[in-house]
Design a protein around this ligand. Sequence first.
Ligand code: ATR
Length: 276
Amino acid sequence: MYKLGLIGHPIGHSMSPWIHEKLMEQQGIEGKYELLEIQPDEFGEKVNLLKEKGLDGFNVTVPYKEKIIPYLDGLDESARHLGAVNTVHHTDQGWIGYNTDGRGFVHSLKNRFPDIFHNNAKALLLGSGGAARGIFEALTRSNIARVDIANRTIKRAEDLIQDIPSKAYSSPLTLEQAKNTLMDYDLIVQTTTVGMNPDHDKMIVSLDHLTKGTVVSDIVYRPMKTKFLNEAEKRGARLHFGHEMLLQQAVYAFQIWTDTEPESSLLLNEFEQKLK
Ligand code: ATR
């Protein structure tokens, strides 16, 4: 009987319980995945109580992905590079922190568009927050030659490139520069909350210079098809959706906890229906 859960605030609308219960069902595993909401002023106290709950593992979401680190006994390489954890596994060596966000993104993208993973490929990330960091770390580990980053505040794009060890070549750009050079990229990834409900009529940059066949990804999954993706589709782009990443990062967490290999594609249609 696995005891799993999610800590964060607020987490009432999280899709994680649904996903993990479906994965348990698929793998014939018995267990429970609970929402463990923690108020910011009670974080230290509640995290210490978690240790007594006998959890096998848990996910960590906003605003605790960094704050959890001092309570852990070890980190995997991605979590160490990023200074952020989204999955904790209870092992004989204690609580070990992982970050499966970027890996989830890359895996779901590679499944659909293997052709863009070659050593002349160029990617552009829009945004420099926590999500951009995870995606940057994982993308630059794959054989993509260049991963540029555009952000409203260019200093944060510069800091991101400096902070995260990478073998790809990267330049920081303003959003204006990015907008005018969209045609240079094989992959464009929108990593900010711009376009998320209720601001579904907003776009981070206009896509006037986008060329046909470019892969355009948006990590926002509510709405499932953002205005950014809609406009990209009108210009002949190939689309990658936020819910594909969401599902795959959960599958990686589930693998870490249960040592099984669930198949995310079996769940994708049902997940899409659930999000509609
Ligand atoms: P998280 O860590 O959860 O991803 P964050 O650190 O607040 O969140 O990052 C949010 C990202 O969205 C940032 O890249 C932010 O740009 P700034 O660094 O300039 O703040 C970007 N962002 C948020 N609102 C935006 C807007 N209206 N226009 C452009 N970028 C925006």
